[in-house]
Ligand binder design. Structure first.
Ligand code: FE2
Length: 247
């Protein structure tokens, strides 16, 4: 699996405080079958991450040789990113793809200018991956509000703990609706803490009960995004026909 959203770098944001914490998250990720993980520290007023610090700590995380490749990135605040120049944004490119940006969805309210910001970024050559919109109450109320953004080329990332219900009923229901409406493209951990459950990519895939779709969301799509290639076709939703004469 490829995890494109995590807070694994030590002492940078609200992720682990020290290298021991980084080590533990990476070990948990490896155990779940994650081969590549993008470090996406917050880039916002309360955690104004400097790209040079992120890059240095990514190198340090890789030097731990935990058998998980740590890729660069950043989780960019919608307002904060508007003050960053193209060169800086490219350094925060998700997983090392300089034209792909992970943008944090606010947890309250709905930014009415989100479409304009996305369009402005597209003009500058950037594609947006929207981080965990299923946690936003306005999206939970009306998941279809993401349709225009998706049609404009935005990719939608669901958080593993939303999909499998660890974050409660509403994010789980919104994840389900977004998935059935074709408005979600990838699952990522958004792991902050050194606990196996805080990664949970495999648990989210198990909750889907659809192995081909799970693989698309956790491997095929993130791999294509890293390469900058078109998304592979989404597998048909598996029909669960449990016939009584079959075991
Ligand atoms: Fe995050």
């Amino acid at each position: 699996m490829i995890d494109l959203h995590s807070h694994v770098l030590p002492g940078l944001d609200d992720g682990p405080r020290d290298v021991a914490g980084t080590r533990e998250i990476l070990a948990a990720a490896r155990e779940e079958g994650i081969e590549r993980i993008a470090a996406t520290p917050h880039v916002r007023d309360d955690h104004p991450t400097d790209p040079a610090d992120m890059e240095r700590l990514v190198d340090e995380a890789n030097a731990l040789a935990m058998d998980v490749e740590v890729l660069p990135g950043g989780e960019l605040d919608l307002r904060y990113l508007q003050g960053l120049d193209d060169a800086t944004l490219r350094r925060f490119g998700l997983g090392g793809n300089p034209s792909l940006l992970l943008v944090e969805t606010p947890y309250v309210g709905w930014p009415l200018d989100l479409g304009d910001v996305v369009f402005g970024l597209a003009v500058r050559g950037f594609t947006v991956v929207l981080a965990h919109p299923e946690r936003n109450p306005e999206v939970q109320e009306r998941p279809d509000r993401l349709r225009d953004l998706v049609e404009a080329g935005v990719f939608v990332q669901l958080t593993a703990a939303s999909v499998d219900g660890r974050l409660g009923r509403r994010p789980a229901a919104a994840s389900k609706e977004l998935l059935s409406a074709g408005l979600a493209h990838l699952i990522a951990s958004d792991a902050h803490a050194p606990a196996v459950r805080a990664v949970g990519m495999q648990s989210a895939v198990d909750a889907l009960d659809d192995e081909p779709l799970g693989r698309w969301l956790t491997h095929a799509v993130p791999a294509a995004l890293l390469d900058g290639s078109p998304l592979p076709p989404r597998p048909e939703r598996r029909r669960t026909m449990r016939l009584p004469w079959h075991r």
